[in-house]
Design a protein around this ligand. Structure first.
Ligand code: GDP
Length: 458
């Protein structure tokens, strides 16, 4: 473990987001002097004499000048998020008050916290492992039931616990092999090779499952990328608007929650669907025209799901079949939609039935709920057990992949005449990569890279 990042300063930062219209702001301090520093500017009870996990009403004063009436929450270390003394001061949410209180605390000896420094301390002091610390950032960024659930699960340690168990198994393996090295002249085998192979194979399977969970984990965290495709004028924009408008109506019912980024995202039963390049959706119109094919394909390749729209008043069934064949090459799930069902004749419908499409009218907003069900169906996420351990972080997947490669070498070593010292080396390599995930093995650079992406106050 590196130690260059450990600092004994008492740090302070605004923990709530700045500039938002809310009633209350929370200023957080952490460090050996946190309670002393607060006590020097707080008028009320003597905070030095109060037990942990208590809240106290009083005023923050700069000399005789009352800056605000506040509530002070005390967390006496190590029973706190950072394992140090932590104080949270709830003030009224005024930029002026916040600035003056933080300034005052800094005059008394606190230093402004760097991004992620509270969580970094929680990690360095053993309160969280690295993957849990990263989940804190994901939790704060989560904007759907699914992304919230995976982040929460990871923060509570589901993911780390599984890895800890794997590492213990591997350490056991490594120590037996290394014992053999000590007795190398006597040609003994402490580690039963069959049991070892079984153990490594088991670990290998678990890691493979974790790696495979990334695709789903990533989708739950970041949303399902969807492309709406089809010839010009089949109704792609109309459909997108129908999907989004409904969403906007729901969203704007909750006052103050309307966000610009909702623009091209919809949320179906807690799962986010992101429409790729919706601003340029008209461009995808030229899907089957020679010029546009490559560019449109490129877009479609980014999709995890394609919604392919047809206009029964323009397209013939044979036409549609040709277009479908094109999409099938891409090996991405797609939904066949016949739009403008309000205009369709009985004969046309009979003809199109062979394609087993979903009939909708984007304009009249008919069949939209069926389409939503079908979207959920296609990504096969509705039945995902959110309690399953799921990898959502690219850094973790990479470390798992490196572990997997090292384990493959171990397996090779077990089946071929490879000496114990090489085996031991490959096992150590796997341990190293697994440790990178939880932070058992880490460098200052890696930590700085991870925590600098946090906001200040986290
Ligand atoms: P895009 O080029 O694929 O994006 O197609 P648009 O969404 O711009 O729609 C083309 C035309 O078809 C517009 O005049 C729409 O009003 C019309 N349209 C779209 N969906 C429907 C529908 O379900 N029924 C009917 N009757 N017209 C539709």
């Amino acid at each position: 473990m590196s130690t260059g990042l450990i600092s004994s300063d008492t740090i302070v930062a605004l923990a709530t987001s700045p500039g938002v219209n809310g009633a209350i702001a929370v200023i957080r301090l952490s460090g050996a002097e946190a309670i002393h520093i607060t006590n020097r500017v707080f008028k009320g009870k003597n905070l030095l004499e109060q037990p942990s996990h208590t809240i106290h009403f009083g005023t923050i004063r700069d000399g005789d000048d009352i800056i605000d009436e506040v509530l002070v929450s005390l967390f006496v270390g190590p029973n706190s998020y950072t394992k140090e003394h932590v104080v949270e001061i709830s003030t009224h949410n005024s930029a002026y008050i916040i600035e003056r209180v933080i300034h005052l605390l800094m005059k008394q000896g606190a230093r402004a916290a760097k991004p992620g420094e509270f969580t970094l301390r929680a990690f360095l002091n053993g309160g969280l492992d690295l993957s849990q610390a990263e989940a804190v950032a994901d939790l704060i960024a989560s904007n759907s039931a699914a992304s919230h659930q995976v982040a929460m699960q990871q923060m509570r340690g589901g993911f780390s616990n599984q890895l800890k168990k794997l590492r213990e198994d591997l350490v056991h393996f490594a120590s037996l092999i290394e014992l053999e090295l000590d007795f190398s002249e006597e040609d003994v085998e402490f580690a039963n090779r069959d049991q070892l192979r079984l153990l490594i194979t088991n670990i290998y399977q678990v890691i493979r499952k974790l790696i495979a969970s990334f695709e789903q984990g990533n989708v739950l965290k970041n949303g399902v990328p969807v492309v709406i495709a089809g010839k010009p004028n089949v109704g792609k924009s109309t459909l997108l608007n129908a999907l989004l408008n409904e969403e906007r109506a729901i969203v704007s019912e909750i006052a103050g929650t309307t966000r610009d980024t909702i623009e091209d995202e919809i949320n179906i039963h807690g799962i986010t669907f992101r429409f790729i390049d919706t601003a340029g959706i008209r461009e995808t119109a030229d899907i089957i025209e020679a010029k546009g094919v490559e560019r449109t394909r490129e877009k479609m390749r980014q999709a995890r799901l394609i919604v392919y729209l047809f206009d029964p008043t323009q397209d013939s069934v044979a036409d549609v079949q040709t277009q479908i064949a094109e999409v099938q090459h891409l090996n991405i799930p797609f939904v066949t939609i016949v739009n403008k069902s309000d205009l369709i004749t009985v004969e046309q419908r009979l003809a199109f039935d062979v394609l087993k499409p979903l009939y909708i009218s984007a304009k009249q907003q008919e069949g939209i709920d069926d389409l939503k069900d079908e979207l959920l169906n296609q990504v096969n996420l509705a039945n995902v057990n959110h309690d399953d351990v799921m990898v959502t972080n690219i850094r973790h997947v990479e470390a798992l992949q490196h572990t997997q490669e090292a384990l493959e070498k171990v397996l090779y070593g077990l089946d071929n005449p490879v000496t114990s010292d090489f085996l031991a080396m490959d096992i150590r390599q796997s341990l190293h990569h697994l440790g990178e995930i939880t932070g058992a093995v880490t460098t200052d650079d890696l930590l700085e890279n991870i925590f600098s992406k946090f906001c200040i106050g986290k």
